[in-house]
Ligand binder design. Structure first.
Ligand code: SF4
Length: 333
């Protein structure tokens, strides 16, 4: 893929807790082009946050590769780097967290919060340069520089998330993992923050991995979308392709739950029965089969492979070629 900045290959993460072995991620693979956004969607517990954390090495993956192409054109595998080496490249990949109320230290001023990554990565950077960079990034994120001496409790949720974004940007990264970055915000504030992320992306040529359970938000911001179920990618495609032609029954069910602001559009809701299975004891065959209305005998025995259905559209379903999903057009055309 031209302009590829990140390639996630076969990423797998197993948590061993006492005698339980919990497979949080299984063989997740995708590529991202520089300056684009990949949205990762799925229910709570599907592994999307673990995926983001494994990519930035906040937790260590059990196996797989995360190949990053730096500005010098060299490709490095994050997962093989020693902690000291990882520290050297971590400034290139930053994270924005879900909850702007708990992710900011209440005892630090906004200036200290935003400047902390600079001080940690460049201990000899002169104070005047730190101040210049913090003020620059505050202006970019719409924070008044007079706010820098205040503490987080003085700010609303939207302003706090702008502080979190400024902190992620201050090291001038190439990739940002946005982990449910707008989920805790009111809808009108969500729109402001998403538009801010989009304008920063254009200005700084940023690449986003946007993790969310909100399919409307993901459709708006993403160039490609990956749908996760129980630690696996169920479907992956360009956004328009996936929203207008879902091939996996799980994606179809998720899309049918998206509200559409058009009273003339008739939507047939496809509610999912049951709960997401226990990852410590996943079902045999296709992980989705206990909840799938299209389940056949093979689905209970064999795990479907992640297959190229054409047009860059990948799906993990034995029956994708024969099924006529009820298909509602979500493309807005
Ligand atoms: Fe449903 Fe079978 Fe496809 Fe799994 S493989 S999603 S159970 S039709």
């Amino acid at each position: 893929m031209a302009d590829r900045i990140l390639s996630v290959q076969g990423l797998t993460k197993t948590f061993n807790i006492k005698k339980l072995s919990i497979r949080a991620l299984t063989d997740v693979s995708f590529d991202i082009r520089k300056g684009e956004t990949i949205g990762i969607v799925g229910e709570s517990g599907c592994g999307k946050t673990t995926l983001g954390r494994c990519i930035v090495r906040a937790v260590d993956a059990s196996s797989g590769r995360v190949l990053y192409t730096g500005t010098d054109g060299k490709e490095i595998d994050f997962l093989t780097l020693k902690p000291r080496e990882m520290k050297g490249v971590r400034k290139d990949i930053q994270m924005i967290f879900q909850d702007p109320y708990s992710s900011l230290d209440p005892r630090m001023t906004v200036f200290d919060i935003i400047s902390e990554p600079l001080r940690a990565n460049f201990p000899r950077m002169p104070r005047v340069e730190i101040e210049r960079r913090v003020k620059d990034v505050a202006a970019k994120t719409g924070l008044n520089t007079s706010y820098l001496k205040r503490y987080p409790h003085a700010f609303s949720g939207g302003q706090r998330q702008r502080i979190g974004i400024a902190r992620a940007l201050v090291l001038n990264p190439n990739i940002i993992v946005c982990d449910e970055a707008v989920s805790a915000l009111d809808v009108s504030i969500q729109a402001q923050v998403i538009n801010l992320l989009k304008s920063l992306q254009r200005e700084m040529n940023l690449t986003y991995i946007f993790i969310s359970h909100d399919l409307s938000v993901v459709e708006y911001i993403s160039d490609q979308v990956g749908v996760m179920y129980l630690g696996k990618l169920a479907e992956y495609a360009d956004t328009l392709e996936l929203y207008s032609r879902p091939l996996h029954p799980y994606t179809e069910a998720l899309l049918s739950a998206v509200p559409i602001a058009d009273p003339d559009t008739v939507i047939r809701r496809l509610p999912l029965g049951g709960e997401i299975p226990n990852p410590a004891n996943p079902p045999a065959g296709c992980y989705f089969h206990p909840r799938c209305g299209y389940c056949a005998g093979v689905c209970k025995e064999e795990s479907p492979s992640f297959t190229d259905a054409g047009n860059g559209h990948y799906v993990a379903c034995h029956r994708f070629g024969e099924l006529k999903l009820r298909g509602i057009d979500y493309s807005g055309d």
